[in-house]
Design a protein around this ligand. Structure first.
Ligand code: EPZ
Length: 416
C-alpha cells in the first residue's frame, strides 16, 4: 500500500491551479443519466471517487469516452436500473443515482451507499422525498428497490438541508408531472452548479442557493457541454497548508465567496489574503492567532469538509480553539493521529478543545478518511522531522497527486 513520506518545516511558495469540484462532478455525473443525448464534461479530475462513478454509469449502459481531460458520456441506451452492490458500496454518491434512474426508467435498485466513515450517514430524507414524489420504495436485504408509474410534482420540506437529498429530489423531479418545490434545501454551491448543468440540457430549475428550489417538469433533456465549478474544499486545503507552513502562494481557479467562511477566519487570525475574481493569494509570515471557535454548519457556514484541515492549523496557533463538528458524529478520527505528533487536543462529545503549541513532531500516522488524510498531510508539512502517512488511498479519493502539488510549492514530500 502506498504511503506519503514527508520531511516537514519547508515554507511554501508558488502558484497552483485548483481542479474541478469532486462533489459537483459526482452529482452532475448522476444527472447525466437523465439525458438521452451526449454530455461533454470539461476538465474531469482524476479522483478515485469519480473513476468509480464512471464505472457505475457504464454498468448501467452509458457509453463513456475520455478525450484529453474531458469526459464524454452517452446515456442514450441506458437500460439497467440496478446499481451493482460491489460498485454502490464504494461511494456515497451512488445513492444520488436513485433519482435520475427512477426519472428515466421508472424503476431503480441500489444497495446502501458507501463513502467516508465519518458517521451514520442515513438516507431517510432521500427516501422520504422520493416517496412524496409517488415512488414506492422497498428496503430489504440491504437493497433499496424503487418503482413508480408516474412521478408527480409535490411540495417537499426537508427536516435538514441535506446536500445529497436535495440533489436526489432535484433530479427525480426533472421529468415529474407538474412542479416540485423543495423547502429548506441545501444551499451549497454544488447545488447551484447542478441546477445550472440540468438547465443547460433544457431543464427548468430555479432558486438553487436560496430557501426554495422549484423544479418544473419537462419531457426531455438535450445534449450539452458543461464545465463544473472549482473544488472549494481543495482550495481551502491549499490555503490552510500555506498558513501553517508560512510562505506565499497564489491559488487559481477558485470562487472566493465559496470559502468566505474560511478566508474570513484566516484574515482575522493575522494572515494576509488578496482576492481577485478567480484567484486568492495568501501570505503567511509566521504563526496566526487561534480561530477561537470553529462550528461546522451547512453552507454558507463553515464547511465540515474543511474542519480537519482547519483543526490542524489550530494545533500550532496562538491560543485555544474550540472545534465543534455539528454534521457528522465521528469526524474526529484525525485527532488521535495528531496527538501522536504532539498536538494538545481534548475531545468531548462533538467538540475538540485545541491548545496551540510551538510545533508538531513528525510521526507514523494513518489516513482514516479523505479529509482526515488531507489534514495529516498538512500536519506533516508543518511538523519538525519526518512523517509517514499510511492508507493514502483515502486521500486519492478526492485529491489528484496531492504530493506533486505540494512538491511544486517547495515541500519535501514523496509517495513511497
Ligand atoms: C455531501 O455528503 C458531501 N459528499 C460530503 O463531502 C459533505 O461533507 C456533506 O455533503 C455535507 O456538506 C458528496 O457530495 C459526495 P448530507 P452527504 O446529506 O450528501 C444528515 C467529502 O469529504 N442526513 O448533507 O452525505 C447526515 O446524517 C464528503 O467530500 C440525514 O439525517 O451529506 C448528516 O448529519 C464527506 N438524513 C447531515 O445530514 C439523510 O437522508 C449532512 O449530510 C441525509 C443526511
Amino acid at each position: 500500500m502506498d504511503k506519503f513520506l514527508i520531511n516537514g518545516g519547508k515554507s511554501l511558495h508558488g502558484e497552483v491551479v485548483v481542479p474541478r469540484a469532486k462533489n459537483s462532478y459526482l452529482a452532475i455525473l448522476s444527472a447525466c443519466v437523465l439525458c438521452k443525448g451526449t454530455v461533454t464534461l470539461k476538465e474531469c479530475p482524476k479522483f478515485v471517487d469519480i473513476e468509480k462513478m464512471l464505472k457505475i454509469l457504464s454498468s448501467l449502459g452509458c457509453e463513456i469516452k475520455k478525450i484529453d481531460r474531458d469526459v464524454v458520456i452517452d446515456c442514450n441506451n441506458i437500460s439497467n436500473y440496478n446499481v451493482a452492490k460491489e460498485l454502490a458500496k464504494e461511494v456515497r454518491s451512488s445513492i444520488f443515482l436513485l433519482g435520475p434512474i427512477i426519472a428515466r426508467l421508472k424503476r431503480a435498485k441500489v444497495s446502501y451507499p458507501g463513502g467516508c466513515d465519518i458517521g451514520l450517514r442515513p438516507i431517510d430524507l432521500h427516501l422520504k422525498g422520493l416517496r412524496t414524489l409517488n415512488v414506492n420504495i422497498d428496503e430489504k436485504f440491504g437493497y433499496i428497490e424503487c418503482k413508480t408509474d408516474c412521478l408527480k410534482g409535490q411540495n417537499i420540506h426537508l427536516d435538514y438541508p441535506s446536500v445529497g437529498a436535495t440533489e436526489n429530489i432535484m433530479m427525480a423531479s426533472v421529468y415529474a408531472k407538474g412542479i416540485t418545490r423543495i423547502f429548506n434545501p441545501a444551499k451549497e454551491p454544488e447545488i447551484v452548479d447542478l441546477q445550472n448543468f440540468i438547465n443547460s440540457m433544457g431543464g427548468k430549475i430555479f432558486g438553487a442557493g436560496s430557501d426554495v428550489i422549484e423544479i418544473v417538469g419537462v419531457d426531455s433533456l438535450h445534449s450539452t457541454t458543461y464545465t463544473p465549478m472549482p473544488d472549494r474544499i481543495i482550495a481551502g486545503t491549499y490555503l490552510i497548508a500555506c498558513a501553517g507552513c508560512t510562505g506565499d502562494i497564489l491559488i487559481k481557479n477558485v470562487v472566493p465567496c465559496h470559502i468566505a467562511s474560511l478566508t474570513t477566519k484566516l484574515r482575522d487570525s493575522g494572515f494576509e489574503l488578496i482576492e481577485n475574481d478567480d484567484s486568492i493569494r495568501l501570505v503567511s509570515r509566521g504563526k496566526g492567532n487561534s480561530f477561537g471557535k470553529i462550528d461546522t454548519m451547512p453552507y454558507p457556514g463553515f464547511p465540515t469538509d474543511l474542519q480537519p484541515q482547519a483543526l490542524v492549523l489550530q494545533t500550532i496557533s496562538k491560543g485555544i480553539c474550540i472545534v465543534t463538528e455539528n454534521l457528522f458524529e465521528t469526524r474526529f478520527k484525525h485527532v488521535p493521529e495528531l496527538i501522536k505528533m504532539g498536538a494538545d487536543i481534548k475531545v468531548k462529545d462533538r467538540s475538540a478543545i485545541v491548545t496551540g503549541i510551538n510545533n508538531l513532531y513528525g510521526a507514523e500516522v494513518c489516513a482514516t478518511d479523505l479529509r482526515a488524510g488531507a489534514s495529516l498531510v498538512i500536519a506533516g508539512l508543518m511538523a519538525k522531522g519526518q512523517t509517514i502517512i499510511s492508507d493514502i488511498h483515502n486521500i486519492d479519493r478526492g485529491y489528484e497527486n496531492l504530493e506533486d502539488v505540494f512538491k511544486s510549492l517547495g515541500a519535501d514530500i514523496k509517495r513511497i
